[in-house]
Structures are given as C-alpha cells and as structure tokens.
Design a protein around this ligand. Structure first.
Ligand code: BGC
Length: 388
C-alpha cells in the first residue's frame, strides 16, 4: 500500500510542479534578480499584478520579458499592450508605446483605442452594412455614418480571459463574441497569443472560429513612438512601407474600391522617408491602408519599418495580412495625458495596424474577410525591435 502511494506521489509530483509554475494565480511576490536569471534559463517567469477591475472582474497586467531585458506589458482589458521597453543604440531603455498609468485612462471614453485589440472588424464598414448569404446585416454607426473598429465596445472595451503560457513566454487571451453582438452574425471564438521572443520580437497570433458566416478582421492598435519621450511627435521618424498601391478613400475614409499606385504621390514609402516630408500634402495626415507586396500568402513578411535616428531604435513589422493601416495619430489633440505625464499631441504616436482592407465585405475585388463555419481565421504579426 505504502509502495503504491509513494508511486502515485512520484508520478504526480512533476504535474504538481508544472501546475504551480503555470502562474494562473495572481502572484505579487517580487522576483529577486537571481530568480529572474535562473528562470530565464528554463521557464520564463511571467509577472502578474492587479491593474484594477471592471464590472467586478479583475484586470491583470502581465509582464513578458526575455533574457535581453525586453519587457512587454499586457492587460486583459481589451487585450491592451500597456508598455514595451526596449533599448536604444546606447543601451538605454525606453518605453516606445503610448499608454496610460492606470486602468482609468484606458476606460475613459476618449481613449482612442490606445494599444488594444480591435475586432470583430477593424477599420471601417460603409454605412455599417454588409450581406452574408443573402441576408443584410446592420451594425451600429459610430463614425460619420459608418461602423468603425467593431462598434461601441468591439473587442477593445471588453474583458478577455487571460492565461499565461510560461513555456512559450506568452500570454493567451480568449474572448467569446456572441451571435448578434454589435450586430454581427455568428458566435465567434477569438484567441490572441502575445509572445516575446529572445530576439526582441513581440509576436501576435490571432485565431478565430465561427458558427455562422461573418466578416472578421482583427488587429492591434498600438501607438508607437520610438524616441520613448525624446520627441513629442513621430514626424521625425523614418517610415518604409512595402507597398506599391493603397486603397483610395472618399471624404469619410471609405474605400472607393480603387487601388492607386503610390508612385509619385506622398503615399510612396518604398524608400525610407521621414513622416514629416509629405504629411502636409495628405489632408488630415496619414490614415490609409496600403496594399502590401506579398510573395508567400500565409507567411509573415516584412510590411513596414519605422526608424528613429536620435535613438537608433528600429521597428520592423512582419505580417501575414494583405494590408496595413498607417495612422499617424491625427486626432490626438493634446487633451489626453498618458504615462510619464506626457500630453498626447497630434502625431504623438503612429499605429501600424496590420489587417485586411477597410470595408472589404462591400468590395468583392478585395481579399475576402468572410469566415465560414468550419474555417479558421488566422493572422500573425511580429513587431521586431532592434537598433542601428
Ligand atoms: C483609424 C482612424 C481612427 C483611429 C481611432 C484608426 O485605426 O484609421 O481613422 O480615428 O483608428 O483611434
């Protein structure tokens, strides 16, 4: 009997140890530097701390880090990225993400989607209307008579279920969007996995399945400023976009269906170009979708590069998506104060939103965003940080 019990104990011990290191519980015990170093050699430690609560649900901030010291913070409210710490070319660390000090900042209604996940349909759907299987669906209109970023709450203002995955240095987020939620057909199960790799990448993997045909277009709305506070705007940053065409839009930023060549226009970022160079020639500033040059569909390929000369920080964006919405924070007007007491003035940050084209459900010539039962929506985007 004793023999049997000790056998069971030996068998169960590794399982108990694995579960205890899974970190499903909120741990507030600070790690000593030795702990950190040791943990990095085997399973990374994912710090968890309470960030606040929404409707009685705890909001937890997770910190993913790598042996090089890169640190990414994520909260389960909106699956929001709250901080990305990366070094400059002299090894000085800085936070390259716009964000707020507390949950209140993210909850305020003026929060312009800072750092959050966006869905069920990122970007605009004209008149909030589309047809699936002959049935017309009407979404609530929240942007100049159109639907923007999935509706009133979308996936940005909801609480996601979060699970740390120390084995892969990831945080997995899940959200169940009900049939009819925000006007969309079908109940949609969404999973987003944020991973920090040892080569200073933040990888975002999206997965979704549905039980009825529905448009799906997911992205993240991080605002970057690689100067980490040195420059109040990104106008001096250099941008490269791997695209020959962009989607032409009307005065309400709805695609006409046409794809125009970037050649000879302020939209040509095939060679690295300071954002300020031509921004004045673009009414309102950059807030457009570029059609990316792709060679291997389904593989993450280089879409854009952002560079800040003053600090030497560089961000390369790789994606499986056919498009990227480059938004230069044109609607920021200095009325919001973010982390480190910084005022978010016009062009304080730039969003590099990898996605399908806006209003695809109403443009059969655009790559399809329709997800059917039995199919899997997948998208992968990698934000890779380095210095030069
Ligand atoms: C859109 C902008 C919009 C902003 C909201 C961007 O993705 O393209 O037009 O104002 O999101 O923060």
């Amino acid at each position: 009997m004793l023999k049997l019990l000790s056998k069971i104990f030996v068998l169960l011990l590794p399982l108990a140890l694995a579960l205890s290191s899974c970190g499903d519980q909120v741990s507030s015990t600070p790690q000593t530097p030795t702990d950190q170093t040791m943990k990095h050699h085997d399973t990374p430690h994912i710090k968890q701390e309470k960030f606040g609560s929404v409707d009685g649900q705890d909001i937890i901030q997770y910190t993913l880090s790598n042996p090089a010291g890169m640190e990414v913070k994520i909260i389960n409210y909106g699956g929001t990225l709250t901080s990305i710490m990366v070094p400059d070319s002299a090894g000085r660390w800085g936070d390259v993400l716009l964000g707020f000090d507390s949950l209140q900042g993210y909850l305020q209604k003026e929060n312009p989607y800072i750092g959050c996940l966006v869905g069920r349909y990122a970007n605009r759907i004209a008149n909030g209307k589309f047809t699936v299987n002959g049935k017309v669906y009407q979404l609530p209109l929240n942007n100049n008579g159109n639907s923007l970023h999935g509706g009133q709450k979308g996936f940005s203002r909801v609480v996601w279920t979060a699970k740390p995955l120390p084995e892969t240095n990831s945080v997995q987020l899940n959200y169940h969007s009900k049939d009819g939620e925000e006007g969309y057909p079908g109940s949609l199960n969404v999973q987003v996995v944020y991973t920090v790799t040892n080569v200073n990448e933040l990888k975002i993997e999206y997965l979704a399945t549905t039980d009825k045909g529905t448009p799906v277009n997911l992205t993240n709305h991080a605002y970057f400023n690689l100067s980490a506070g040195k420059d109040s705007t990104v106008l001096g940053h250099t941008l490269t976009v791997n695209a020959d065409h962009f989607t032409v839009v009307n005065d309400k930023q709805i695609p006409t269906g046409a794809l125009d060549s970037v050649k000879g226009t302020p939209m040509d970022f095939n060679q690295p170009l300071a954002i300020k160079t031509n921004i004045d020639k673009v009414p309102g500033g950059y807030d457009h979708n570029w059609a990316l040059r792709k060679s291997t569909p389904g593989e993450p390929e280089l879409a854009a590069t952002l560079y800040h000369q003053g600090t030497g920080r560089r961000l390369e964006v790789f994606t499986t998506e056919p498009g990227i919405q480059v938004y230069t924070g044109n609607f920021l007007d200095g009325s919001l104060t973010g982390k480190y007491g910084r005022k978010y003035v016009k062009h304080s940050g730039i969003c590099l939103e990898t996605q399908h084209f806006p209003d695809s459900p109403n443009h059969p010539s655009f790559p399809s965003t329709l997800l059917r039962p039995g199919e899997k929506y997948r998208q992968t985007t990698i934000y890779k940080f380095s210095t030069r």
